[in-house]
Design a protein around this ligand. Structure first.
Ligand code: IDP
Ligand code: MG
Length: 139
């Protein structure tokens, strides 16, 4: 099976509660190799650009406020079937629906402040990786 890359984020609710180390440890325990990583605070405009596909959704304003409210950690990482596997490890978007042991079940505060992000398809992974990292940073 081919190695695939995905883009993960540790969201502001999780960096604020000092969960960065726990989430990074889980990433490695689940067999992902970290390829590139940076911690930064998104501006509102940058958060709006990242979540542009959700522009028409009712939660877009709140979501981009939240995502620009504190530091995030962006991670490009790889393993076999990385995209689907990372979404499994994160669990459902709403922690109320997330399976036992998933990151969102463990750490999310609510459907918005749900601690982590993961790309949902190869096409979005490519766009999201390029949003944070240049080609030479992802070798
Ligand atoms: P995902 O992160 O599981 O892929 P998406 O549907 O792509 O979920 O939504 C992106 C992000 O928007 C979610 O992770 C969450 O932070 C936020 N979000 C999604 N649905 C809601 C909602 O119904 N209310 C508030 N925020 C939401
Ligand atoms: Mg999504």
């Amino acid at each position: 099976m081919a190695i695939e890359q995905t883009l993960a984020m540790i969201k502001p609710d999780a960096t604020a509660r000092d969960l960065t180390g726990k989430i990074l440890a889980r990433i490695e325990e689940e067999g992902f190799k970290i390829v590139a990583m940076k911690r930064l605070r998104l501006s509102k405009l940058q958060a709006e650009a990242f979540y542009a596909v959700h522009r028409e959704r009712p939660f877009f304003g709140d979501l981009t406020e939240f995502m620009s409210s504190g530091p995030i950690v962006a991670i490009c990482m790889e393993r076999e079937e990385a995209i689907v596997k990372w979404r499994e490890v994160m669990g459902a978007t709403n922690p109320e629906n997330a399976a036992e042991g998933t990151l969102r079940k463990l750490y999310a505060l609510d459907v918005e402040k749900n601690s982590c992000h993961g790309s949902d398809a190869p096409e979005t992974a490519a766009v999201e990786k390029a949003f944070f990292f240049s080609g030479i940073e992802m070798l």
